[in-house]
Design a binder for this molecule. Structure first.
Ligand SMILES: [Zn+2]
Length: 457
C-alpha cells in the first residue's frame, strides 16, 4: 500500500511536478469559491418581497466620515407604486470604534430611559451588544420620541425596532436584490484566469465557470491559445448598485476546436445542476480524486517492487499524499457498506455506488462521525480525514475503485456521467435550455455588431 511512497516519489519527480503544478492552480481556484455567506443570503432573500419594503426604507450605505448624516429621504418616483408612504426623516449614525447604544442615543438627543426601554426588546437577540464599527444605525425620532431604530446588519439585512402600544417590537428585514443578466465573452491567450479578468469577469464567476466545465476540460493542461468562452450570468443589484454575483445561467467554452455548452437548471425539487443543451449532466458520477492532495505518492500498478519485502506486489489503488486531517470526500453518491479498521488499510470506509461500483478509502485518521455503516452519502460529502492508520509511512489517502469487484486505476478509469435530466423534467428543461442557448447566441451577435460598429467609427 504505502510503504514505498518516498521511493516512488523519487523515481518520477517530473510527473509529480506537473501534477502539483496543475493542482495548485485548481487549489487556488478552489480557494476563491463562493463563500457560505452567499449561500446563506440566498436562502434568506426569499423571506420578503421587494414590494413589502417601500424604497424609502431601503438601507443606504453611506460613505461619509461624519457621524451624523441627516437625510431627508425622497421616495423615488416609480409609476407602479400607487400609494407612497409619507417621507420619513431619518437620522443616521455610523458606529465608531468604542461606540455603544447609549453613546449613539446621546448624540441623537435621546436619554438613558430610551436606551433602557428599547433594550427590553433586544434581551434575547442582543443586537445592541454586537454593534460593529462602520455599521449604520438609522433613527426615526418625532417629538423627542424614538419611533423606529434600524440597525443595518448587511447590505441585504437589517433589524428594526418599532414603537408599539406594548413597547418596541423587533423585526428582521431582508431585501431581495434585483437580479440583472450580464453577458461576457473572452479569448484566452495564456490562462483562463487572465482572459476572464481582462474580459471583466469576477474571480467568483471565473471559478464557477471553471467548475462547470472542469469535468471536461483541465484548465491547467488543456487550455490553448485562442480558446474562447461566452458566459451569461446574473449580478445582484440593490438601489442601482452592484452588490455581488449571482449564478452562471448558461455558458459555452471552446477548447482546442471543441465547443462545450452548459445550461443551469433548477428542477422541481429545487436541485440545481448544469446540463448540456441535450440534457446530459456536465458532472461525472465520480470525482477523479476524492481529496485535495499535494501529490500522488503511489500510482496504480499491477506489479510493483516492494522495497521492504523485496518482491513484486501489485498496488491496486492510488495514494494521495495530503496533510493529516484533510477532508476525504465521497467520490460519488452511494451507501456506506463498511466503516471500521481493515488490516493494513487502517481506518477504512467502503462505499457502494450504482453500476456495481465500490470505492475504498484507507488510512484515515478519523471518520466523519455522522457517516456510519448504512449511511447514504452524496458526492463531495466529507466521509473522513486523511491520516496514517494501518500500514503507512506517512499521511495519505489510499483510494481504490472497483467495478464488479475488479480493481481499476482510479486515475484513468472512464468515469460514468452523472444522471441526465429526469424524464418528468424534460419538457421544462428543453424550454429553459432553448431559451438560454438562444439568448447566449443572440447576445454574442449583438456584441459582435456593437464592436464592429465601434471599429467603423
Ligand atoms: Zn496505497
Amino acid at each position: 500500500m504505502a510503504k514505498n511512497i518516498f521511493r516512488k516519489a523519487k523515481r518520477f519527480p517530473k510527473m509529480h511536478l506537473a501534477v502539483v503544478g496543475s493542482l495548485s492552480f485548481i487549489a487556488l481556484m478552489l480557494s476563491i469559491l463562493p463563500s457560505s455567506e452567499v449561500e446563506a443570503t440566498r436562502s434568506q432573500i426569499e423571506l420578503i418581497s421587494p414590494k413589502a419594503l417601500p424604497e424609502a426604507q431601503l438601507p443606504v450605505a453611506e460613505t461619509t466620515s461624519s457621524t451624523l448624516i441627516e437625510h431627508n429621504e425622497q421616495t423615488s418616483a416609480t409609476t407602479e407604486v400607487a400609494e407612497q408612504p409619507p417621507a420619513i426623516e431619518w437620522q443616521r449614525f455610523k458606529v465608531k470604534s468604542g461606540d455603544n447604544l447609549s453613546k449613539i442615543f446621546k448624540r441623537a438627543g435621546l436619554g438613558a430611559k430610551d436606551v433602557h426601554k428599547i433594550a427590553q426588546a433586544d434581551k434575547k437577540t442582543k443586537h445592541f451588544n454586537a454593534l460593529r464599527p462602520g455599521q449604520t444605525l438609522s433613527l426615526h425620532i418625532e417629538d423627542n420620541q424614538l419611533i423606529t431604530l434600524r440597525i443595518e446588519k448587511s447590505l441585504l439585512e437589517s433589524v428594526e425596532f418599532s414603537l408599539t402600544d406594548t413597547g418596541y417590537q423587533q423585526e428582521t428585514l431582508v431585501l431581495e436584490p434585483e437580479m440583472r443578466q450580464r453577458f461576457v465573452t473572452g479569448e484566452i491567450s495564456s490562462s483562463l484566469y487572465l482572459a476572464a479578468k481582462s474580459a471583466g469577469l469576477s474571480e467568483n464567476i471565473t471559478m464557477k465557470l471553471a467548475e462547470v466545465f472542469g469535468w471536461d476540460i483541465d484548465f491547467a493542461l488543456d487550455i490553448r491559445k485562442g480558446d474562447q468562452f461566452r458566459v451569461l450570468f446574473e449580478e445582484k443589484y440593490l438601489d442601482g448598485k452592484r452588490i455581488g454575483d449571482g449564478d452562471i445561467l448558461a455558458a459555452e467554452f471552446t477548447n482546442n476546436g471543441d465547443t462545450f455548452a452548459a445550461v443551469r437548471y433548477e428542477d422541481s425539487n429545487g436541485d440545481v445542476n448544469y446540463f448540456t443543451p441535450e440534457g446530459r449532466s456536465m458532472r461525472k458520477a465520480f470525482l477523479r480524486s476524492p481529496v485535495d492532495f499535494r501529490r500522488i505518492s503511489s500510482g496504480f500498478t499491477r506489479e510493483r517492487y516492494h522495497p521492504v519485502l523485496g518482491v513484486k506486489r501489485p498496488h491496486r489503488g492510488t495514494d494521495y499524499a495530503a496533510k493529516t486531517g484533510t477532508a476525504i470526500k465521497a467520490a460519488g453518491d452511494g451507501k456506506v457498506i463498511w466503516r471500521g479498521t481493515k488490516g493494513g488499510y487502517g481506518r477504512t470506509v467502503i462505499i457502494q455506488h450504482g453500476g456495481n461500483i465500490t470505492t475504498l478509502y484507507g488510512h484515515m485518521s478519523k471518520y466523519n462521525s455522522k457517516v456510519k455503516k448504512g449511511s447514504r452519502v452524496k458526492q463531495g460529502q466529507t466521509i473522513g480525514y486523511v491520516g496514517m492508520s494501518g500500514t503507512a509511512t506517512g499521511p495519505h489517502l489510499h483510494y481504490e475503485f472497483r467495478v464488479a469487484g475488479v480493481h481499476k486505476n482510479p486515475q484513468t478509469v472512464k468515469l460514468p456521467a452523472a444522471q441526465p435530466i429526469a424524464k418528468k423534467e424534460r419538457a421544462n428543461f428543453n424550454k429553459v435550455a432553448n431559451d438560454m442557448i438562444a439568448s447566449l447566441q443572440q447576445k454574442a451577435i449583438e456584441q459582435l455588431i456593437a464592436s464592429e460598429s465601434r471599429a467603423a467609427e
